[in-house]
Design a protein around this ligand. Sequence first.
Ligand SMILES: [Mg+2]
Length: 185
Amino acid sequence: MAPPCLFLDRDGVVNVEIGYLHKIPEVQWMPGITSLIRTARAHGMKVAIVTNQAGIARGMYTEDQFHELMVWMRAELDREQADVDAVYYCAHHPVHGVGEYKRECDERKPGPGMLLKGERELGIDLATSILVGDRCSDLAAGHAAGIEKVFLIRGTEEAGCGEPHTAIESLAEVERWIAERYQKV
Ligand SMILES: [Mg+2]
């Protein structure tokens, strides 16, 4: 049976949302992120980060800078036995993109493209996968891809979201949910 995946938005879920993060010294990890990833892995889940990177589209930083930051972040997570299987990103923006980066893209959340890519590349089962985000567009992407269980960390979206979801205060709540529902491997 194909394993489920824990899909994590990056900014506001893996690291604290500061707006267009692209420098290593500015990374502040979200409390509980390494423990959550370790628990997901211990319960047989794959783990993937799915992140809109409009900062690349807007010309605020380059794809190379993004990759450099992700190499560093993944190495830091590895050191805590919290490695991720894949990082998917969308560098396009339909309105504010500069040059080749200005275009509609179904990988940009709320589109499901990055999650569907994860399904193809990681061999996971979307129906039993879960997603953690801090914006309504994260939840919408999850639902569009057929993921039923989506969590919204309170804070970023002050008005809340219309999409059905489970609102949480901390990543520890997701960790508990996983430990209760998935078999340890
Ligand atoms: Mg976010």
